[in-house]
Design a protein around this ligand. Structure first.
Ligand code: DGL
Length: 268
């Protein structure tokens, strides 16, 4: 349990804008709580890096967020959670919340056990190979009921579309479809999303692959709320909703105020 002043912000970070998928859920649950977000886009994609590199980036970003007086940090990145959250917990005393694919649906959703349903899991390459994820697979899917896919470029395509939207959205869909080709026609009825970039284009993925996607963002936000409430004695629920969040891109090297309205506008 931490003892801190009220209204201290929550910090979130990802290799880029992927963690917005968690940030918007946290904001929906706790609209008056200030949020601070770091996108480590100067060093993206994490999915192609060595674990030690992702750990050192985690340390640097958490130090930066502590400077901004955050009370806790959400590692809003599956890849960084897989390779760096234990390291962060060993090196800092604030609470951390991570994100991992919701593999436990295989055990929790009875409908996934019948022959008409088949799940697939999509992750980055580093995430898919990480010891933490392999342990999760072993624990929650010991019989290998799901199919597992890694996508080297999917997060980057989504990141690029955010900053430079295609003149025609169909062009972006065509790029996604090409990247997703290994998963097409494999008979998956459900796709477990294992990278925080993916829920940002969930509707498009569902349309291209003709399946239902399963995102962990809401449960992660719930966990974040629980921990925040245990840190901050009285979380104001009656305060004015914050309209903006503070955003730092390591590529741009500057802080900005971004409006939450952005999530109504993107993606189309
Ligand atoms: N959004 C990140 C994740 O959840 C990874 C994207 C990247 O490879 O940088 O894994």
């Amino acid at each position: 349990m931490c003892s801190v002043r009220q209204h201290q912000p929550i910090g979130l970070y990802d290799s880029g804008i992927g963690g917005f998928s968690i940030l918007r859920e946290v904001h929906n649950l706790m609209p008056s709580v200030p949020l601070i977000y770091v996108a480590d886009d100067a060093h993206a994609p994490y999915g192609e890096k060595q674990p030690s590199f992702v750990q050192e980036r985690a340390r640097t970003i958490v130090e930066q967020l502590l400077h901004e007086k955050v009370v806790m940090v959400v590692v809003a990145c599956n890849t960084a959670t897989a390779v760096a959250i234990d390291f962060l917990r060993q090196n800092f005393t604030i609470p951390f919340v991570g994100v991992e694919p919701y593999l436990n649906v295989l055990n929790k959703w009875p409908q996934l056990s019948d022959d008409r349903h088949k799940t697939a899991v999509a992750t980055t390459v580093l995430m898919g190979q990480s010891a933490r994820f392999l342990e999760l697979r072993h624990r929650l899917d010991p019989q290998n009921r799901s199919m597992y896919f890694t996508f080297p470029n999917l997060a980057t395509l989504i990141e690029e579309e955010f900053y430079h939207p295609s003149a025609n959205f169909a062009d972006f869909e065509a790029k996604l479809e090409q990247e997703l080709a290994p998963l097409k026609d494999k008979g998956a009825s459900h796709l477990i999303l294992g990278c925080t970039h993916y829920p940002l284009v969930q509707n498009t993925l569902e349309k291209i692959l003709k399946l239902k996607a399963i995102s962990p963002c809401r449960p992660v936000a719930n966990r974040c709320q629980e921990i925040y409430q245990s840190c901050v004695k009285q979380v104001r629920t009656d305060g004015d909703p914050t309209r903006t969040f503070r955003f730092f891109s390591t590529k741009q090297g500057t802080w900005k105020e971004l409006s939450f309205d952005l999530f109504h506008q993107w993606p189309k």
